[in-house]
Design a protein around this ligand. Structure first.
Ligand SMILES: Cc1cc2nc3c(=O)[nH]c(=O)nc-3n(C[C@H](O)[C@H](O)[C@H](O)COP(=O)(O)O)c2cc1C
Length: 221
């Protein structure tokens, strides 16, 4: 069911309701062609002092909306006194020299993207020795009822098999909008647990999560 809504299932759903969905993804915007390159920039927030701690904000994205989320988290962490390095996990950044990590991924098929899980596995030993907070950027199962809450929390099941997050964030990303998705498909999306309409990134909620997520003992500037 929609719990594991992969692209194939989404296309099948479209076929079932008699709609051509070749260019439509559950992401809401027309999904990029496989060869389309999504920009995955690195950035740094905060000023290094003798007291400051370094945090890696590692992210994985498929259609780009997680980039801005990771940057907003990095900015908020820098205001907590951290030096925050925002880096794409597909470039396999080194974990050496960090005091903590805040790691996140777009959700596809009810889980983190493979490159994020792969990086997590490869760095499990080092991550086990530091505070690690995890976040998801998703467009379905954002509701408060028992069913959606259970499905949402399951997005991090594979992550919890590898590390024990000190904090978890479930942050809405981009869903279908009327600019790129037909009424029928938007209806189907909602019927299958879709929550985010269009760009549903809530910058206040993202900032609030980054401001309060547990990262062990801190050094305040
Ligand atoms: C193929 C595909 C599968 C998806 N599966 C899910 C899902 O299972 N659960 C969910 O909440 N969102 C799902 N989404 C929505 C994305 O998580 C959401 O659009 C997010 O903002 C994408 O982040 P990105 O732009 O950084 O890739 C899916 C999107 C795509 C394209």
């Amino acid at each position: 069911m929609a719990e594991e809504m992969s692209r194939r299932e989404f296309v099948r759903l479209g076929a079932n309701v008699g709609v051509g969905v070749a260019a439509i993804g559950v992401a809401g915007c027309a999904s990029p062609a496989p060869e389309a390159e999504i920009d995955t920039p690195s950035s740094m927030f905060g000023e290094e002092t003798e007291m400051s701690k370094r945090v890696l904000v590692g992210y994985a994205t498929r259609t780009g909306s997680t980039v801005g989320v990771a940057e907003a988290i990095g900015r908020a962490l820098s205001e907590r006194g951290y030096v925050a390095d925002v880096k794409p996990l597909r470039e396999r950044p080194s974990i050496d020299g960090y005091d903590a990590a805040v790691l996140g991924s777009a959700i596809n098929g009810a889980a983190w993207l493979p490159e994020a899980l792969g990086w997590l596995k490869a760095n499990a030993a080092a991550l086990g020795a530091m505070p690690v907070a995890a976040f998801c950027v998703h467009s379905m199962n954002g509701g408060d009822d028992e069913r959606q809450t259970r499905k949402r929390l399951a997005y991090l099941d594979k992550v919890r098999e590898i590390v024990t997050p000190t904090g978890e964030g479930y942050l809405l990303g981009k869903g279908p909008s009327e600019d790129d998705t037909s009424l029928v498909m938007r209806w189907a999306f909602k019927a299958f647990g879709g929550t985010a309409e269009g760009d549903a990134r809530d910058w206040d909620a993202i900032r609030a999560w980054a401001e309060q997520t547990e990262l062990g003992e801190e050094t305040v500037r």
